[in-house]
Design a protein around this ligand. Structure first.
Ligand code: 5GP
Length: 189
């Protein structure tokens, strides 16, 4: 029998596609999975807590971390920095499969430094539905929604570089498909 390894899994996809919900369900259901917490310089939205959805830090602190090589990858979206804290992820990976919920460029950068990382792109069944979800969650202004819709085409174009694509037409089955991918990858060396 093959020995299992802990895997680093990147889950990306357009804003509003449901990747956050999927990642949350996966980590709640599976004791062996942990979610990485990214750092960001954007302000917390209503209901977000420091150290839960993100570590909310100042731009100057973020820039010092960049200089110190503290991020596995980082990028700037909508005028704010987002980055994956290297030590946090490496420590977690000793005991867990680690999920990173990050954008496509972040995912591709992680793959460069960690070729063993598994890249999974979650895509919507159709774009109209995604727009409805973005508007429905009432967390962004119209201008922000427009910017995010513009970015969707760009993100979807990058799915050719991802290892797997999962359509989120049904939450339960999307979660199940990702569990199957992870379980399969855990036994592949
Ligand atoms: P939001 O502001 O909606 O939470 O996130 C905006 C974008 O930043 C999303 O596409 C999200 O996946 C991405 N993001 C979140 N954390 C990270 C990270 O650590 N690194 C990178 N590159 N992108 C991230």
């Amino acid at each position: 029998m093959n020995k299992e390894r802990n895997v680093l899994v990147v889950i990306s996809g357009p804003s509003g596609v449901g990747k956050g919900t999927i990642a949350e369900i996966l980590t709640k259901k599976n004791d062996n999975m942990a979610l990485s917490i990214s750092c960001t310089t954007r302000f917390p939205r209503n209901g977000e807590t420091d150290g839960k959805e993100y570590f909310f830090i100042d731009r100057s602190v973020f820039e010092k971390e960049i200089a110190d090589g503290g991020f596995l990858e980082y990028s700037e979206h909508f005028g704010n920095y987002y980055g994956t804290p290297k030590k946090f992820v490496m420590d977690k990976l000793k005991d867990f499969d680690v999920l990173l919920e990050i954008d496509v460029n972040g995912g591709l950068n992680v793959k460069k430094s960690f070729p063993d990382a598994i890249l999974i792109m979650v895509i919507p069944p159709n774009l109209k539905e995604l727009e409805a979800r973005l508007i429905g969650r009432h967390t962004e202004s119209d201008k922000e929604i427009e910017l995010r819709m513009q970015r969707i085409d760009y993100e979807l174009e990058k799915k050719q570089f991802y290892d797997y694509t999962v359509v989120n037409d049904n939450l339960d089955s999307a979660v199940k498909k990702i569990e199957e991918i992870i379980n399969k990858e855990k036994t592949i060396k």
